[in-house]
Design a protein around this ligand. Structure first.
Ligand code: FE
Ligand code: FE
Ligand code: MG
Length: 166
C-alpha cells in the first residue's frame, strides 16, 4: 500500500474505492482474456494454424502480464485483487467467449471482438482517472497500447487468411 500515493489521489478528488473497483473489473477481463487466448491456442485448427497458435499464445502471456500490473496497482491503492475466479464473471466488462468452434477464422473473430472491448475499457479507465490518479492513467494508456497492437496483429492474420481463401 502506498500511503502518500493514496493521499495524492484523494487530494485530487479521486474516489479510491471506485478506482479499485474499475481496476478489478479490468483485472477480471484480463484473466478471462488470458484463458480465452490460451485455450484457443491449444485447440486451434484450420487455416494458418501454426501462425495463429503462436500469436494467440503470445497474447495470452501479455494478458497475464496486464493482470499482474493491475494487481500491483490495486494493492498500491490499498485494495485486494479479485481472489475468487468465480467473481471474474461478476466483475468483467468484456465477458468470455468460449471458443466452441476451433477454426482459426472463428478464433480470430472472437478475439478481435475481445480486443475491441478491451481498448474501450482502458480508454474509459483513463478518462475516469483523468486528473485524479495519474499513475492509473499512465497504466491504462500503456495497456491500451498493447491492446491496440493485439487487435492489429489479429486483423493482419485475418487478412492473410482471406488471401488463402481467394
Ligand atoms: Fe490485456
Ligand atoms: Fe489484448
Ligand atoms: Mg502480437
Amino acid at each position: 500500500m502506498g500511503t502518500q500515493d493514496i493521499e495524492v489521489v484523494k487530494k485530487h478528488g479521486g474516489d479510491v474505492k471506485a478506482i479499485i473497483d474499475e481496476l478489478n473489473k479490468a483485472f477480471s477481463d484480463e484473466w478471462l482474456a488470458y484463458y480465452q487466448y490460451w485455450i484457443g491456442s491449444q485447440i486451434a485448427e484450420g487455416l494458418m494454424r501454426p501462425d495463429v497458435q503462436k500469436e494467440l499464445m503470445e497474447h495470452a502471456n501479455e494478458e497475464l502480464e496486464h493482470a499482474g500490473k493491475l494487481a500491483d496497482r490495486i494493492i498500491s491503492l490499498g485494495g485486494v485483487p479479485v481472489i475468487e475466479p468465480k467473481d471474474w464473471y461478476k466483475f468483467t466488462n468484456c465477458g468470455y467467449d468460449a471458443p466452441t468452434n476451433p477454426s482459426t477464422v472463428e478464433l480470430l473473430k472472437q478475439n478481435i471482438k475481445g480486443e475491441q472491448c478491451a481498448i474501450e475499457v482502458y480508454k474509459n479507465l483513463a478518462t475516469f482517472c483523468h486528473k485524479k490518479d495519474s499513475v492509473t492513467v499512465h497504466l491504462a494508456h500503456s495497456i491500451m497500447r498493447d491492446e491496440v497492437e493485439h487487435e492489429q496483429d489479429l486483423e493482419d492474420l485475418q487478412r492473410d487468411i482471406a488471401y488463402l481463401k481467394k
